[in-house]
Ligand binder design. Structure first.
Ligand code: NAD
Ligand code: TYD
Length: 339
């Protein structure tokens, strides 16, 4: 395959490219990324010299840039997005531009370029929120009901991707996955924020009552799921991808991290709740399991520990990020600096 990967300098995109080059060394990869605050080429240093890997700096909203870079590729894997809910609450407009308009630009160039597969990476957040008191889960047939500007923009992108299949026959697939965690995740997201704050001796901000529940998926499990869909997935289909966790509240995730790091619960600081905060996410991944034989391999406890170790061992990586633009963001979000 000749892959055109968008957003390959971000968290999941860079894990995916490293995974793909390891598992499919005969394939070539073009990594197309605008290098926003979330893009970091340091993530891909180990493959920089690989002749099958090329980086192109460009914006998915710019059709000419996309067309030039996509020439010669046969498969698109689309990760590029504005991805953080809290930033979408502070300013929704880049989310609509990149996630909705940018996705349409990519689809159009892919259609004209006779791309053999357009795989769109989406989120379970498009389905909205589940009740804490119930045990139901999101599946491929759950009605869309997004609440944040981020999830609404991803919902919009999913609909446009399907429209290009229904209307023009572009060969698409979609995965809607749950919250990823693992190495190389930008420390604005909950798990790396908690780990890095603890290392820095700072409190962990927990929104509201801390009882919100997320479904946690180890990033490499996610990469394998996309691999299965690219290889054997059915054109036009959507697959839900989730982790192996029982329902676990945010505060209990923090307590696990504190225990792994030998710290006590006085490090927890309850702060004002996120606006429109979805209560619970849970994923039913029966379809991808039955049709493509995929299931998550990594247990939350084991891989949370490995993730903690990774952040302990890569302090230069996240300390560089936590300087600069991150400081201004932290003040707008939490009302005080991260130092
Ligand atoms: P991320 O924010 O870490 O990375 C996004 C990448 O996209 C960055 O490298 C950034 O530079 C690039 N980018 C942003 N705007 C761009 C543009 N206009 N043109 C080109 N590149 C641009 O995001 P992530 O966590 O790796 O998420 C990747 C994808 O997976 C997103 O589509 C996201 O919606 C989806 N997703 C993420 C999660 C999660 O838990 N992180 C869960 C479900 C779905
Ligand atoms: P996050 O990592 O932002 O992912 P998402 O909003 O896409 O699920 O947040 C995960 C959960 O952690 C979510 O319920 C919000 C909560 N959270 C906090 O309690 N404190 C924080 O500082 C952050 C960033 C998130």
């Amino acid at each position: 395959m000749k892959l055109f990967v968008t957003g390959g300098a971000g968290f999941i995109g860079s894990n995916f490219i490293l995974y793909w080059m390891r598992e499919h060394p005969e394939d070539s990869v073009v990594n197309f990324d605008a290098l926003t605050y979330a893009g970091n080429l340091e993530n891909l240093k180990s493959i920089e010299g690989n002749p099958n890997y090329h980086f192109v700096k460009g914006n998915i909203c710019n059709a000419e840039e996309v067309k030039d870079a996509m020439a010669g590729c046969d498969t698109v894997v689309h990760f590029a997005a504005e991805s953080h809910v809290d930033r979408s609450i502070l300013d929704a407009s880049p989310f609509i531009k990149t996630n909705v308009l940018g996705t349409q630009v990519l689809l159009e160039v892919a259609l004209k370029g006779n791309i053999k597969r357009f795989h769109h990476v989406s989120t379970d957040e498009v389905f909205g929120s589940l009740d804490l008191e119930k045990s139901d889960k999101f599946s491929e047939t759950t009605r869309y009901n997004p609440h944040s500007p981020y999830s609404a923009s991803k919902a919009g992108s999913d609909h446009i991707v399907r429209a290009y299949f229904d209307t023009y026959g572009l060969p698409i697939t979609i995965t809607n996955c749950s919250n990823n965690y693992g190495p190389l995740q930008f420390p604005e997201k909950f798990i790396p924020l908690a780990i890095t704050n603890i290392i820095e001796g700072k409190k962990i901000p927990v929104y509201g009552d801390g009882l919100n529940v997320r479904d946690w998926l180890y990033v490499e499990d996610h990469c394998r799921a996309i691999d299965r869909v690219l290889t054997d997935g059915k054109i036009g289909e959507t697959y839900c991808v989730g982790g192996v966790t029982e329902d676990i509240s945010n505060v209990n995730v923090v307590k696990k991290i504190l225990a792994l790091m030998g710290k006590d619960e006085t490090m927890i600081e309850y702060v004002k709740d996120r606006l429109g905060h979805d209560r619970r996410y849970a994923i039913d991944w029966t379809k991808i399991n039955k049709e493509l034989g995929w299931k998550p391999q990594y247990s939350f406890d084991d891989w949370l520990e490995k993730t903690v170790t990774w952040y302990k061992e890569h302090q230069e990586w996240w300390k560089r990020i936590k300087n600069g633009e991150y400081q201004a963001y932290y003040v707008s979000q939490y009302g005080k600096g991260s130092k």
